[in-house]
Design a protein around this ligand. Structure first.
Ligand code: SAM
Length: 288
């Protein structure tokens, strides 16, 4: 390890030297800020004034080990074991997708458009970031969430407790089975960010995602990239109340196909594609 002295400034220089070639300048600075906040409790806004702060040996090791893992392309959220989503902290591990900023946009929209929702269902919940955030902002709603992966559901439950929310989690394979009778015909909002990458597209994916995020969360098996959307739309005839809304996060490459599917199902009176902040067709809203 070549760190010139035990100041925070020296550690920052070390991050720049080792990580800018991999992540670029802006991303390296952001990673450093997050590591410093996590290990030292120094927030980003105070970093500039704390650069002469002297680190203890254990702190140097933590921040150094973090850089070492980042050099191996391990996502920062996995190194720290946590991710921030909608201003809330979530535990993450290899069994769940790291929550993405696009999904925050989707939650934000659902919260604004469904102030009176009584029953909400999230399909493929992963870390539980969607139901926990919705419950936090729509406290009167009863929120349900399912996943096929038992380990993901365990972590989602931990995250619900961590954020002091009550969510009804249940295990369900959305492709294979019907939903339990107790959840039928009741939802005002159904939301899903399902797997949508074909195995044949894996070669184009970032190494960091491919090697460290669960393939169960990313890939749809077979040749139909919109299989999950197809099944969820079918389930809506039983699960979604008249007047209720279905929200999807989409792969922009198949957004039009999903829109056509929703429209031709005849279940919805209005189907809209919505762009994300970067201008990509990223969400679908279908009103029953
Ligand atoms: C793209 S991730 C989304 C996770 C989380 N909702 C989010 O937005 O961060 C898709 C989720 O669907 C789950 N999943 C995959 N196949 C499933 C199936 N057949 N039935 C139910 N859930 C499934 C995965 O375990 C994963 O948690």
């Amino acid at each position: 390890m070549r760190i010139s002295d035990n100041s925070l400034k020296a550690m920052q220089e070390y991050y720049k030297k080792e990580l800018i070639p991999i992540y670029g300048e802006g991303e390296t600075q952001a990673l450093f800020e997050l590591a410093v906040e996590h290990y030292l409790g120094i927030p980003k806004v105070k970093l500039a004034s704390e650069l002469q702060h002297r680190l203890q040996q254990s702190e140097i090791l933590d921040i150094y080990d973090c850089a070492k893992a980042l050099k191996k392309h391990i996502p920062l959220q996995h190194i720290l074991g946590e991710a921030w989503f909608m201003g809330l902290k979530f535990k993450v591990n290899h069994q769940v997708l790291i929550p993405r900023p696009e999904t925050e946009e989707l939650c934000d929209r659902i919260i604004k458009e469904n102030k009176n929702a009584k029953y909400i269902l999230d399909i493929g919940t992963g870390s539980g970031c969607i139901p926990v955030s919705l419950k936090k902002h729509l406290p009167l709603a009863e929120v349900f969430a399912c996943d096929i992966c038992a380990e993901a559901l365990e972590l989602a439950l931990e995250n619900a407790l961590l954020n002091e929310t009550e969510i009804q989690f249940f295990k369900n394979d959305v492709l294979a089975s019907n939903f339990p009778a107790r959840v039928a015909a009741r939802f005002d909002v159904i939301v899903s960010n399902p797997p949508y990458v074909l195995r044949s597209e894996a070669a184009q994916m970032e190494k960091q995602v491919l090697e460290h995020e669960p393939h169960l969360a990313l890939f749809v098996e077979g040749t139909d990239p919109i299989l999950f959307y197809r099944k969820i739309i079918e389930h809506c005839s039983l699960l979604l109340n008249p007047g209720g809304s279905l929200y999807f996060e989409l792969n922009p490459l198949t957004a039009n196909e999903v829109q056509t599917l929703a429209t031709s199902s005849g279940l919805f009176r209005e189907v809209n594609l919505i762009k994300d902040m970067s201008g990509k067709q990223r969400f679908l809203r279908a009103k029953r």
